[in-house]
Design a protein around this ligand. Structure first.
Ligand SMILES: [Cu+2]
Length: 127
């Protein structure tokens, strides 16, 4: 009688531990190992220029290309690409804005700052 009770207690213990292990896996599923952490394209507005030289930006066709606009200047800027429907709105100093270049057509598209269109303009090439 006592022996049967001990066997029952051991069996219940195994079931309990196994159950908790299973629940633990459900609550904390293994993390996916290959999170996409691509940095994308960074444009810093400073001294009324983008990245000092208003560089030509290259983006891939048919996929979102992450684009971050950062205002590290003492004045306000924005970033507009009319043909790609990108408009950050006005960014105050130290503000930034994350968007994407996404185009189904290849080509060259003009970007500019609407507050300083004479000095802050360049090209985005989608290919
Ligand atoms: Cu500007």
């Amino acid at each position: 009688m006592i022996r049967n009770n001990i066997i029952a207690i051991i069996a219940i213990s195994f079931i309990t531990v196994g159950g908790l292990w299973g629940i633990g896996n459900l609550v904390n599923p293994p993390q996916p190992s290959s999170l996409d952490r691509r940095e994308g394209i960074l444009l810093v507005a400073k001294d009324n220029l983008f990245n000092e030289t208003n560089p030509t930006i290259y983006a891939k066709i048919d996929e979102p290309n992450k684009l971050t606009i950062m205002n590290k200047d003492l004045v306000r800027h924005d970033f507009i690409v009319e043909e790609l429907n990108i408009n950050t709105a006005i960014l105050s100093p130290e503000q930034d804005f994350v968007t994407a270049i996404a185009s189904e057509k290849a080509g060259e598209f003009e970007y500019y700052c609407s507050l300083h269109p004479a000095t802050m303009r360049g090209s985005i090439v989608v290919r």
